[in-house]
Design a protein around this ligand. Structure first.
Ligand code: NIG
Ligand code: FE
Length: 432
């Protein structure tokens, strides 16, 4: 009897949940599209707000009094203690499955060696490729789980996940299978991207064509057939893949039904943004060197820019992408971490918000929109996540702050107090 009662109690708890006494519920409710222009500043925040969740979905969002009137006796009620609630961050550009780390290169960079010099001498991406090839699936899962909880602790509930540290058919499949398994076994949601064209591996240095053929004729068909990726990405950059080569790979990817993303104009103005526009890619990412012509091309083709200030910061470069010009041009800007062991070793979206505000002069509201609803649209999930609206998956975070502007303002602080994915507590900080 007691057992049955506690079971019923458990099932009911799993069913409905209310979060009350929130200083602000930052809903990002609005038009069902990625936000541009002045709409980037409209957070649709509700003071003294509350949320009701039922069966993993948001049932209602409103003022505390309105929501309290809907709470039934068996509903679990969380007192947010006048904290601010936001949608879980959607990190639309990350490389979260790899072996080892590159703290040694980080130290070399402090002595003045550049990222490109390190790459040219056999380090960089290729160093992580060697380590990742030597790792088993279970090694990758072990490392990947650790990072999954880093993301969750930082308030991220969905992450885009690129392969790209295998660069053989089997090693790329191994990474994509790890991503699939991490998606199933951790509370974090992953959106997989195939990045077989992340670099030319050492053994193909003098046979680029052969590697391109391998990507196009063997890797892509297999990845598509096993449904291991939703997107394909290419590192289009001087000394890596030319715009021509990138065009070939991305066109083939499109024939397999994959959406397109491009690492574009990161280290030089190499034509990546224009290529992304020509191919009607979903996103063009990085864009540190993109000029006004490139920005206009992105606008004409409706490509979303994904800005990655964490990589600019970690490489010690002063050259941040021109976020204000992109916003002025009417682009639906996204910000993301670029989490990876080389150029951007951070899973923290609040660090990215801070950099977006201080270095790219986005307002806190614009940065939050770029990190949530706009990012969700860039991953074809705008109807499912990215805002707190009735019917959406209940992915939200109670941050230990009372105003959303505190998130970029107090930097280097892990703000999340409670993180919920599909209405379930995914991680929490001990109470103080
Ligand atoms: O987005 N630019 C290419 N790829 C990554 C870096 C990967 C690495 O250094 O391991 C990036 O910055
Ligand atoms: Fe990247």
């Amino acid at each position: 009897m007691a057992l049955q009662r506690s079971l019923t109690h458990f099932l009911r708890l799993a069913n409905s949940l209310a979060v009350i006494n929130c200083s602000q519920v930052v809903t990002l409710a609005g038009a069902k599209r990625a936000r541009t222009g002045g709409d980037l500043r409209q957070l649709a925040s509700i003071d003294d707000g509350a949320i009701l969740v039922r069966d993993e979905r948001i049932e209602a969002v409103g003022r505390r009094r309105e929501i309290e009137a809907l709470i039934e006796a068996d509903c679990e009620v969380i007192d947010a203690g006048k904290r601010v609630v936001l949608p879980g961050f959607v990190d639309a550009h990350a490389h979260p499955v790899f072996a080892g780390n590159r703290a040694n290169e980080f130290e070399q960079r402090t002595a003045g060696t550049t990222y490109r010099e390190i790459a040219a001498s056999g380090g960089g991406i290729r160093a992580t490729v060697r380590a990742t090839r030597n790792a088993s699936l279970s090694d990758l899962l072990k490392a990947g789980r650790r990072y999954a909880y880093w993301f969750l602790r930082c308030g991220t509930t969905t992450v885009e996940a690129k392969s790209g540290y295998g660069l053989t058919l089997e090693d790329e499949l191994k990474i994509l299978r790890a991503i699939k398994q991490l998606n199933e076994e951790t509370p974090l949601n992953y959106v997989p991207t195939f990045l077989g064209a992340h670099d030319i591996p050492d053994e193909y240095k003098s046979r680029r064509e052969t590697y391109l053929n391998l990507v196009i004729n063997e890797m892509l068909p297999r990845v598509a057939e096993e449904r291991l990726a939703e997107y394909c990405d290419v590192f289009c950059e001087e000394g890596v893949f030319t715009t021509d080569e990138s065009w070939q790979i991305l066109s083939a990817a499109r024939c397999h039904g994959l959406g397109l993303r491009v690492h574009a104009d990161q280290l030089s103005l190499s034509g990546g943004a224009k290529l992304a526009a020509e191919l009607n890619a979903v996103t063009a990412d990085h864009l540190e060197h993109t000029d006004l012509t490139g920005i206009a091309a992105l606008k004409a083709a409706n490509v979303q820019p994904v800005l990655l200030p964490g990589s600019v910061y970690a490489l010690g470069s002063p050259r941040y992408p021109a976020a204000r010009a992109m916003i002025d041009a009417g682009l639906a800007v996204v910000v993301a971490t670029d989490f990876n062991p080389g150029s951007s070793p951070t899973p923290s979206m609040t660090m990215v918000l801070s950099l977006a505000c201080t270095q790219m002069k986005m307002t806190p509201a614009e940065a939050i929109t770029a990190a949530t609803i706009n990012a969700a649209y860039s991953l074809n999930r705008g109807d499912e996540i990215g805002s707190l609206e009735r019917g959406k998956r209940a992915d939200f975070v109670i941050h230990d702050a009372s105003d959303y502007r505190e998130l970029p303002y107090w930097f280097g602080v892990e703000h999340p107090w409670r993180v919920y994915v599909s209405g379930k507590l995914a991680c929490q900080r001990p109470d103080r």
